[in-house]
Design a protein around this ligand. Structure first.
Ligand SMILES: Nc1ncnc2c1ncn2[C@@H]1O[C@H](COP(=O)(O)OP(=O)(O)OP(=O)(O)O)[C@@H](O)[C@H]1O
Ligand SMILES: [Mg+2]
Length: 253
């Protein structure tokens, strides 16, 4: 049984770092093939893993919209299928696709509807799907209609950040996004121990705290040097913690 795991949270909290580590853990466990979807408008999951891209779904959608009059429904479906296949960056154990920029002015309904089918069918070819998503879960819920088995809401280690994470969880509920399991990850926690105020804010959200991910010098150092964060050592505290979260989820199933 495959899972769709979505990582969400406000800007800069560590979604991409955590997504990259989760992909690597899935691959290391042999839970392959994995479809990695970069659905953040500030797309950088590829960078985190040293993967480069030729095309994005946003670009394909733009072309599809422009060519809307030239192609009939079936031809368009086939055209988009092919274009999406071409846009997949194939890696060892996983393929990555980038949703890219949101649409501009104009009518994208047809292109979006067709793309949704294409992405749902694409997802069916994989054991698991991992989505690095913006806070609104727009791409996940509206553009792809993927059901989410595990929603990981990431927060920084502040009271305000945790409250925002609580609101993001509410937003997901209000949008009617189907989510089976969800939990909170507080990231960049000094020494991995939550300050009392932050712990109290977590309790107020009612969210399950899955882990406090330590502030990790390995992550900071690689990032500062422009090196893919996926290269942090196997015993780096952030990696060890993310691995544990994934292992607990998978072993529970
Ligand atoms: N556990 C950690 N320890 C130290 N630094 C971290 C940790 N997690 C993330 N960072 C750093 O925090 C910054 C933001 O991380 P990241 O890019 O993963 O966040 P994001 O939520 O994907 O951001 P965006 O919203 O811009 O896509 C990066 O500089 C990253 O290196
Ligand atoms: Mg990101």
């Amino acid at each position: 049984m495959g899972f769709t795991i979505a990582v969400t949270g406000k800007g800069g909290v560590g979604k991409t770092t955590i997504s990259a580590l989760l992909i690597q853990r899935l691959v290391a466990r042999g839970e392959t093939p994995v479809l990695a979807v970069d659905a953040d408008s500030n797309a950088n999951l590829g960078e985190a893993l040293g993967v480069t891209f030729a095309a994005t779904v946003g670009g394909i959608r733009e072309d599809a919209r422009k060519e809307a009059n030239m192609l009939t429904g079936v031809a368009k479906q086939e055209f988009l299928d092919l274009r999406v296949q071409e846009a997949l960056a194939e890696q060892d154990g996983y393929d990555m696709i980038v949703m890219g920029r949101p649409e501009g002015p104009g009518c994208y309904c047809f292109a979006n509807n067709v793309l949704r089918d294409v992405i749902q069918r694409l997802a069916g070819n994989y054991r698991h799907v991992l989505v690095d998503s913006e806070a609104g879960l727009e791409h996940v819920s509206r553009r792809t209609l993927l059901k989410i088995d595990l929603l990981l809401i990431v927060s920084d280690c502040t009271v305000r950040g945790v409250r925002t994470a609580g609101r993001i969880a509410q937003l997901a509920d209000e949008m009617g996004t189907p989510v089976a399991t969800r939990g909170l990850l507080v990231n960049r926690v000094p020494d991995g121990v939550l300050p009392d105020g932050v712990a109290a804010a977590v309790a107020e959200t009612g969210l399950t705290l899955l882990a406090a991910i330590p502030l990790d010098a390995h992550v900071a150092a690689l990032d500062a040097g422009g090196i893919a964060v996926g290269d942090i050592p196997t015993d780096a505290p952030a990696r060890v913690t993310v691995n544990r979260v994934l292992d607990e989820f998978l072993n529970d199933k």
